[in-house]
Design a protein around this ligand. Structure first.
Ligand code: ZN
Length: 62
């Protein structure tokens, strides 16, 4: 009896949750590219906010 909600990792074949973008066993990214792109977008936004904050601080110090 297998649980149908689990899917197999593309790299190592282990059962992982279909909601997780990465395999918990080997870290291989899974098919749901949307989740990965959301993570990348979040990182880019975080970097942009950090850079804007730094530039804002530099302009304050002048
Ligand atoms: Zn894996």
């Amino acid at each position: 009896m297998q649980k149908p909600k689990l899917k197999n990792c593309k790299a190592c074949g282990k059962d992982i949750s279909p909601l997780s973008p990465f395999c918990r066993q080997c870290g291989h990214p899974q098919g749901s590219a949307v989740a990965i792109w959301l993570l990348v977008l979040f990182g880019v936004i975080l970097m942009a906010a950090y850079l804007a904050y730094c530039l804002y601080g530099i302009t304050l110090c002048r």
